[in-house]
Design a protein. Structure first.
Length: 166
């Protein structure tokens, strides 16, 4: 039975870390290497927390999550920084209620940088005509000490299901 449990545990660990082949372990102050799973969970939680704060217009939480170096590249190519993004949310008129689903997360990292990709599907709850949009998100995060901060968040509106050059 112990052999079966060991094989199952090893399979689980390999499966969790297979998308993180380039992870470089770095010792912390208590001499324990960082956990790939912890970094994966922490970085994806940042994206989840960001959208929760964004949808709730929680400016303090947005300020806490974003770094002064953060760049957000919007689906139309416009680039905004932390302060500009917070001002946009603060000053937006007629904030439309919405429902959001974040799914299909991927994670790749080394000791100081991580890339998190996911699908962001948002439905704007407009009376008599809800509108749903799906975006591919790619976030690059930097580790400072033991904390992760978004460096660059890029999202693209999904307008086709299949690529073509024509």
């Amino acid at each position: 039975m112990d052999k079966l449990l060991t094989i199952a545990l090893l399979s689980f660990i390999i499966g969790c870390s297979s998308s993180s082949e380039n992870v470089v372990a770095e010792r912390s102050e208590n001499n324990e290497p960082p956990s790939i799973e912890d970094d994966s969970l922490n970085t994806t939680k940042i994206a989840i927390d960001f959208f929760e704060a964004f949808d709730d217009r929680d400016l303090e939480k947005l300020d806490e999550i974003l770094d002064v170096k953060t760049q957000i590249i919007h689906h139309n190519g416009v680039v905004t920084g932390k302060e500009e993004m917070i001002d946009i949310v603060k000053n937006a008129q007629n904030w439309v209620p919405r429902e959001r689903t974040l799914r299909d997360f991927t994670f790749h990292s080394n000791a100081s940088l991580a890339v998190v990709g996911f699908i962001n599907e948002v439905t704007f709850l407009i009376p008599n005509r809800d509108q749903t949009f799906r975006y591919n998100e790619t976030w690059i995060l930097e580790k400072k000490g033991n904390e992760w901060y978004p460096l660059r968040a890029h999202y693209s509106l999904v307008t086709a299901e299949q690529h073509s050059e024509g």
